[in-house]
Design a protein around this ligand. Structure first.
Ligand SMILES: NC(=O)c1ccc[n+]([C@@H]2O[C@H](COP(=O)([O-])OP(=O)(O)OC[C@H]3O[C@@H](n4cnc5c(N)ncnc54)[C@H](OP(=O)(O)O)[C@@H]3O)[C@@H](O)[C@H]2O)c1
Length: 343
């Protein structure tokens, strides 16, 4: 018998089509094949115990953890410092300006469950990182949280030119557009993540042994500038932050991801959008805090505002405590990347 090709195809398709099965009508609303027995008191108790795991105290507990934060005296580093210290961690803060660090310890380190301890260092110098590691090792047997936050921005240039000569004038002829500027921003924002992390590996490993159920963690503060496709008028800074994100992933892979190493240390990065800091505003007040008027970002971010202390604080707690987070970028930007677009 002749069957057209079209008919044969539709017959074949019907063969694989969803066939509804006849479901027997239940005589009672309680099916013994699907549900367990009635709920006993001991089962209820077990459920109560299970509920405890979801308490904030358990999920986001940093009490008695030892932390080190670079650039902890201002901006985002200060937000991270306060977050950990007011929740019971012992937080060492480092930076080049001792006065800033001391002021933070005096202002924010009193009458809180944790503590803030200044230790000055320059994270662009390997020798200074070594001295810092020695200083912390002399005081502590372990480190639970390392936040590599210190960073600087680069020279800014306009890109809004519609002819080659003007664009060249802005990007090349500008006397402040120097290779040294690129080197400076790279030196501060990138190699330090490598040298700080590797200098503290033994202390970090001890941190995982010290607290049951805790793997020590490195959190690099990168930026959405390493993700968006626009140069935001600072090519060198954005290139350095893209490098910071990639370096975080390589470190996570080599230190804890590969079967050869598998150290119990989680390495992630937080990519902030715009937050008030000395970098973004050029100054800080007597509280060592900086301020950006909300209106300035009304049209620039879907959140219609710059980031707040609490936005950064909750991201830091999440990245520090979530034991299943490793090798990732946590973007906290009020939707900036959504609007600006990524590469
Ligand atoms: N604020 C934002 O909108 C934003 C957005 C995305 C990413 N970020 C990143 O967040 C991090 C913190 O920046 P911030 O915005 O909070 O700016 P900030 O207030 O200027 O903080 C930077 C901190 O880093 C320290 N620092 C700089 N160079 C150092 C060095 N060589 N050795 C040791 N410490 C050094 C500074 O202290 P000293 O000068 O005393 O050394 C300062 O406390 C940076 O990595 C930045 O790229 C910021």
């Amino acid at each position: 018998m002749f069957v057209s090709r079209r008919l044969a195809t539709s017959a074949r398709l019907r063969q694989f089509a969803y066939q509804p099965r006849a479901i027997p009508i239940q005589t009672s609303s309680f099916s013994t094949s699907r549900c367990h027995n009635a709920i006993s008191d001991s089962l209820r108790q077990k459920a109560q115990q299970n509920n405890q795991q979801f308490k904030l105290d358990n999920l986001f507990n940093v009490k008695d953890k030892v932390a080190l934060i670079s650039g902890g005296g201002t901006g985002i580093g200060l937000m991270a410092t306060q977050t950990l210290a007011v929740n019971g961690a012992k937080v060492y803060i480092t930076g080049r300006t001792e006065e800033k660090l001391n002021r933070v310890a005096e202002l924010y380190g009193k009458e809180i469950p944790g503590s803030i301890i200044p230790v000055p260092a320059d994270i662009t110098s390997k020798e200074s990182i070594q001295n810092l590691a020695d200083a912390i090792s002399q005081r502590e047997s372990h480190l639970s949280i390392l936040i590599n936050n210190a960073g600087i921005s680069s020279h800014t240039q306009t890109t809004e030119h519609d002819n080659a000569n003007d664009l060249r004038k802005s990007l090349f002829d500008d006397p402040d557009a120097t290779i040294k500027d690129w080197e400076d921003v790279y030196r501060t924002n990138v190699p330090q993540l490598f040298f700080m992390t590797t200098a503290f590996l033994p202390l970090l490993k001890n941190g995982s042994k010290t607290h049951h159920g805790w793997s020590s963690t490195v959190i690099n503060i990168s930026s959405i500038s390493g993700i968006v496709k626009t140069a935001q008028h600072h090519f060198a800074y954005n290139a350095s932050k893209a490098a910071a994100i990639h370096l975080t992933k390589m470190l996570a892979n080599e230190i804890s991801g590969s079967p050869e190493s598998r150290l119990p240390i989680r390495i992630n990065n937080i990519a902030p959008g715009v937050f008030p800091s000395e970098m973004t505003t050029g100054e800080s007040d007597e509280m060592q805090k900086s301020y950006i008027p909300k209106e300035k970002y009304e049209k620039k971010t879907p959140a219609r505002r710059p980031g707040k202390d609490e936005d950064m604080g909750s991201a830091v707690l999440f990245a520090a405590t979530n034991q299943y987070l490793n090798g990732q970028t946590v973007v906290v930007d009020g939707g900036y990347v959504l609007a600006a677009g990524s590469v």
